[in-house]
Design a binder for this molecule. Structure first.
Ligand code: NAD
Ligand code: LMR
Length: 332
């Protein structure tokens, strides 16, 4: 007897005609985000501009042309009320990327307001169990803005992506130690998705041993590893002329898959509620353990040394200052 396949889940994705989505959507449709047995319906959102909607039509044609068995439907809209209708997951990618010489926070003026409207539309239209992942930069603070518009889709359901930073840190440690990325574990990102983030190398392990002991070079960890991870996005923009796209899509696959996998421990920006000394109302990258699909708890009590405390203070100060900047956009 064959088992009845589960009902499709509805996945709303904004910025669907953009760079990141050109890799992300195909991987969701192939079952890499929600599993190889889970059908999906993609609800693709773009801006109400002919060129964007036409490009989105092309992306949908290419998705059709893959004949993905798990892709049970594609819906396209430029109306957030339609795009987020009954969505079980909302992946908020759509927003402006930075160019060379800019910091992500420079995008707040243009991008912040997108999340006011989308937050409201999600609260009014999404499914009761909706979970949200914010990618559009500056991701932590955009997530805070979106969550602040909501009553039904509560703040704990709103997460922002720091998984790309975790993945970057993992590879940097693996390359330095001359091991495979699978030999590196317990890599957690604290704070903002910005150069102030703290990739907590003192907690990381390489083949089960503390990373600082294996690497044996604290100066490299503090003065090269941290800035390399923190400024990797800018390095990619300088090299490609465009911001990271395939690696960002890959990180979002990891982010949502691990939030759907009980027992997974990974880096997610969530409302801090004061953990590790962060301002309670900012969204900070933190180590998070998935307790049930879509539910998590912050891993508390990990040791933070003086260097880490200094890094956390700096990134918290930046998050707090971004929060002050967007205060007029915060609802509730
Ligand atoms: P892109 O310019 O290629 O695509 C963005 C798309 O979003 C465009 O097609 C645009 O029309 C659309 N869009 C803009 N406003 C929208 C709205 N209100 N509703 C729906 N769609 C909208 O950019 P990209 O390379 O795909 O990057 C998207 C965002 O992701 C940028 O802000 C970028 O900085 C950010 N990003 C974040 C991370 C991270 O780790 N958090 C990594 C990479 C990129
Ligand atoms: C990244 O980290 O690659 C993205 O946030 C894009 C950027 O602006 O750096």
């Amino acid at each position: 007897m064959t088992a009845t396949p589960p009902a499709p889940i509805r996945v709303a994705v904004t910025g669907a005609a953009g760079q990141i989505c050109y890799s992300l959507l195909f991987r969701i449709a192939a079952g890499e985000m929600f599993g190889k047995d889970q059908p999906v319906i993609l609800q693709l959102l773009e801006i109400p501009v002919e060129k964007a909607m036409q490009a989105l039509g092309g992306v949908a044609m290419e998705l059709d042309d893959c004949a993905f068995p798990l892709l049970h439907g594609i819906e396209m809209s430029s109306d957030p009320a339609v795009g987020f209708k009954d969505a079980n997951w909302a992946l908020l990618v759509g927003s402006k990327p930075r160019g060379p010489g800019m910091e992500r926070a420079d995008l707040l003026k243009d991008n912040g307001k997108i999340f006011v409207g989308q937050g409201k539309a999600i609260d009014e239209n999404a499914a009761d169990n909706c979970r949200v992942a914010v990618v559009g930069n500056p991701a932590n603070t955009n997530c805070m803005i979106g969550a602040s518009q909501c009553k039904r889709i509560t703040a704990d359901r709103w997460t922002a992506m720091v998984r790309l930073d975790q993945n970057r840190a993992t590879t940097q440690l693996a390359q330095k130690a001359g091991v495979a990325t699978t030999d590196v574990s317990d890599v957690y990102i604290f704070g903002n998705h910005s150069p102030t983030m703290f990739p907590a190398f003192h907690l990381a392990a390489i083949n089960g041993r503390p990373a600082p002991e294996v690497i044996g070079d604290d100066a490299w960890l503090q003065n090269e590893f941290c800035p390399t991870v923190g400024k990797r996005g800018a390095a990619i923009i300088a090299a490609r002329g465009l911001s990271s796209a395939a690696s960002a899509g890959n990180a979002l696959i990891d982010h949502v898959r691990d939030l759907s996998t009980p027992g997974a421990v990974h880096s997610v920006a969530v409302k801090s509620n004061g953990a590790y000394g962060f301002h309670p109302d900012v969204w900070a990258g933190l180590p998070v353990k998935t307790t049930a699909p879509g539910q998590y708890e912050v891993v508390q009590g990990l040791p933070i040394d003086d260097f880490g405390a200094g890094m956390i203070k700096t990134t918290n100060d930046e998050l707090t200052s971004e929060r002050d900047t967007v205060a007029p956009m915060l609802g509730g």
